[in-house]
Design a protein around this ligand. Structure first.
Ligand code: HEC
Ligand code: HEC
Length: 351
């Protein structure tokens, strides 16, 4: 074997070890894997660990909505005053909805427009949310989630005074950040019967566009812009022109000002977003971001939109990449023939 060939083999082995051994290892250490997103939102069912129970209970709800009455659902909507906070695309309700500015002023942010809720949000989640918002959105879980982390650490590290200190400090941190309880955004409607909730959801379905007909931007605005801005696209906190949502009020309501989402895909990555949106507590224990409860397909639209905003040239770059590689290949072939040609001459001279 020639010397050059040996060098090549050694180099290949080193690159192979670095690329396939160390890089994934570093990746694993830097971002430990989390469980995949649970779009079935099993925790809302009576036995989250049992897949068939979860499926049966979800099917029961979806079947219930199928055979429910949108007409009666509209009555439930009107009768319970949902329209004093939420706009919905229905002639009979529209006239009763107060102006956006007034609603923002009263509630701290603009309650989401529910016209396309049936296409965007998981229906089983919505029913759980209407009955008990804090619990469904995982907001009441700050302290609970932190206690689980603490107990786990204590089990592995023993009764450490330092751990207890950190735990107590974190808890008081939450209390400081916690939402202002006097400004309750949506109280639960725990007394609604299952049948009334199915009717309500049938009403949502009857006014909603299919998801394919809603732009990625509109899905994002509906799901995120009541709390987040997307500066690069001029998306301010939701509200009408003169009275866009007021950051101070949102801060007071949520306990902290949510970050702008323009560059979030670059700073956190798509995978992070994909898991975070439907279970914020999984990554950021104690976070004040609620679970938004999106359908998988709707969430994909949000992520693809945010990707577009953060990295509009990605498609172009990928297309250019192909040409670049092609250029390299052609150049290598030419270089090879050129080299062969030159060396032939040298060999002839040597002879
Ligand atoms: C006092 C105002 C108010 C009333 C009344 C009200 N809501 Fe809400 N609702 C809100 C606010 C504010 C939010 C957003 C909460 C958040 O994201 O923190 C919300 C969120 C929602 C969501 C979206 C949940 C999500 O994130 O996916 C649904 C669905 C909903 N409400 C349905 C209803 C229904 C149905 C009624 C009537 C039975 C109702 N609301 C009554 C204020 C209200
Ligand atoms: C009801 C308000 C609300 C809604 C709706 C909401 N968020 Fe948030 N979000 C927050 C708050 C509050 C924080 C800050 C959390 C903290 O600092 O603990 C946050 C933080 C985040 C973060 C940063 C997480 C981190 O690691 O620091 C991302 C990413 C995010 N939200 C994405 C989204 C997306 C995408 C949507 C729409 C699908 C959305 N949010 C909808 C309130 C909201």
């Amino acid at each position: 074997m020639k010397k050059e060939q040996k060098i090549l083999i050694v180099l290949a082995v080193i690159v192979f070890i670095i690329y396939l051994g160390i890089e994934p290892l570093a990746h694993m250490a830097m971002s430990p894997s989390v469980e995949p997103v649970d779009f079935a939102m099993s925790d809302l069912q009576s036995n989250p660990a049992n897949e068939s129970v979860v499926k049966a209970e979800r099917d029961k709800v979806l079947l219930g909505i199928e055979s429910a009455s949108a007409e009666r659902g509209r009555d439930v909507f009107i009768g319970n005053g949902c329209g004093s906070c939420h706009a919905i695309n229905d002639a009979k309700v529209a006239s009763t909805t107060p102006p956006e500015a007034q609603r923002i002023k009263t509630y701290g942010l603009l309650p989401p427009d529910l016209s396309n809720a049936a296409a965007i949000y998981d229906e089983v989640f919505m029913i759980a949310f209407i009955k008990d918002p804090e619990n469904a959105a995982l907001i009441s879980n700050h302290a609970k989630a932190q206690k689980i982390v603490f107990d786990k650490q204590r089990a592995s590290k023993g009764d450490d005074e330092n751990l207890t200190l950190i735990y107590e400090k974190t808890l008081s941190g939450f209390e400081e950040k916690a939402r202002d309880p006097s400004r309750v955004k949506m109280t639960g409607y725990g007394w609604l019967e299952d049948d009334q909730l199915y009717d309500l959801l049938a009403f949502f379905r009857s006014v909603s566009l299919p998801l394919e007909a809603i732009t990625d931007e509109d899905v994002t605005i509906n799901a995120c812009a009541r709390c987040h801005t997307v500066d690069y696209r001029g998306i301010v906190l939701e509200g009408d022109e003169e009275q866009a949502g007021d950051p101070e009020r949102v801060k007071q309501y949520l306990g902290t000002l949510p970050p702008d989402l323009s560059m979030i895909v670059r700073s956190k990555g798509e995978d992070y977003l994909a898991t975070f949106i439907n279970d914020p507590q999984k990554y950021l224990t104690g976070t004040l971001m609620p679970r938004v409860g999106m359908k998988k397909e709707a969430q994909e639209k949000v992520i693809s939109y945010l990707e577009q905003v953060a990295d509009p040239k990605k498609g172009e770059r990928h297309r250019l990449g192909v040409y670049f590689i092609l250029f390299g290949v052609i150049l290598s072939v030419l270089a090879y023939f050129w080299k062969r040609n030159e060396f032939e001459e040298i060999e002839e001279v040597e002879k």
